[in-house]
Design a binder for this molecule. Structure first.
Ligand SMILES: Nc1ncnc2c1ncn2[C@@H]1O[C@H](COP(=O)(O)OP(=O)(O)OP(=O)(O)O)[C@@H](O)[C@H]1O
Length: 257
């Protein structure tokens, strides 16, 4: 394994509030890591700092040996990091296929003239992009809904489309922000399987924020725990479930798996 993500002493301050304080963590290539913590602990703020959405106030982040400091979200995406959001952020009036293709634009060079004139270079590119799209739709069990308008799909399917769109950008690392939020047990079971496949079949490194502890304990290889912006624990699921600081943070009886 080689180190894919290195986070060193990252802090994020909003006015007087230290939402994230002196966090250092790392992710190895191919790992499936979870970031957990009570509401307001700073998890999404940390994701935002790592993906250029809202840069860190202090500290440094290195991805694949390259600094992410001052990188904009589109530059971060181009370097091989994709993410999903807590609230679904799809192009709701576009089809699933179009949503996926919107995420692929940095994988090929746009050429305005050849697209207007539909030159052979353009049609070749179009076939390539359609091929990539069909492959992802099939692998994520979305072929049946590829031509449907995203807004008309059930919630659990929209979440799956969001993950498919992240995969479409051809990342090395994927950040999932509460992927199981609002899902019913059946959808959560399907999602659990899908996240495992992102790692095993797609060869992706996965970092997820999740409140569903049975999902986290089921699939994470390593877990980081944030409380009030600070890391209070790191370890395997078994270690985290028995960590006194974590049990106290999840007040009143600890983590329920
Ligand atoms: N843009 C912002 N401006 C000011 N304060 C913010 C901003 N974003 C987040 N915060 C504050 O930072 C803290 C951490 O919020 P954050 O959303 O990162 O927590 P979280 O662990 O992701 O919570 P949850 O599990 O509820 O999603 C909270 O106190 C929140 O109110």
């Amino acid at each position: 394994m080689s180190r894919l993500l290195q986070v060193e002493h990252v802090s994020k301050i909003f006015g007087g509030l230290k939402a994230v304080e002196d966090v250092s963590m790392h992710v190895e290539e191919g790992e499936l890591v979870a970031l957990i913590g009570p509401n307001g602990a700073g998890k999404t703020t940390l994701f935002n700092a790592l993906t250029g959405v809202s840069p860190a106030t202090e500290g440094s982040v290195t991805f694949n040996g390259v600094s992410l400091d001052k990188k904009k979200p589109y530059q971060v995406a181009k370097m091989g990091i994709a993410r999903t959001f807590q609230n679904i952020r799809l192009f709701h009036q576009l089809s699933v296929r179009e949503n996926l293709q919107a995420a692929m634009t940095h994988r090929y060079k746009e050429d305005f003239v050849s697209s207007i004139l539909r030159l052979p270079t353009f049609t070749k590119k179009e076939a390539l992009v359609n091929g990539w799209t069909d492959e992802i739709l099939a692998k994520l069990d979305l072929s049946d809904v590829g031509e449907m308008i995203t807004a008309n799909l059930p919630y659990g399917t929209q979440r799956r489309v969001e993950i498919a769109r992240a995969v479409a950008s051809d990342p090395k690392l994927i950040f999932l922000d509460e992927p199981a939020a609002g899902m019913n047990p059946e959808e959560t079971a399907d999602l659990t399987d899908l996240i495992r496949r992102l790692q095993s079949e797609f060869g992706l490194t996965v970092v997820l924020i999740e409140h569903d502890m049975s999902l986290v304990m089921n699939i994470a290889e390593r877990i980081y725990v944030l409380e009030h912006g600070k890391l209070i624990a790191e370890g395997t699921p078994a270690e985290i479930q028995n960590n006194q600081a974590v049990i106290t943070a999840y007040l009143g009886g600890g983590i329920h798996v």
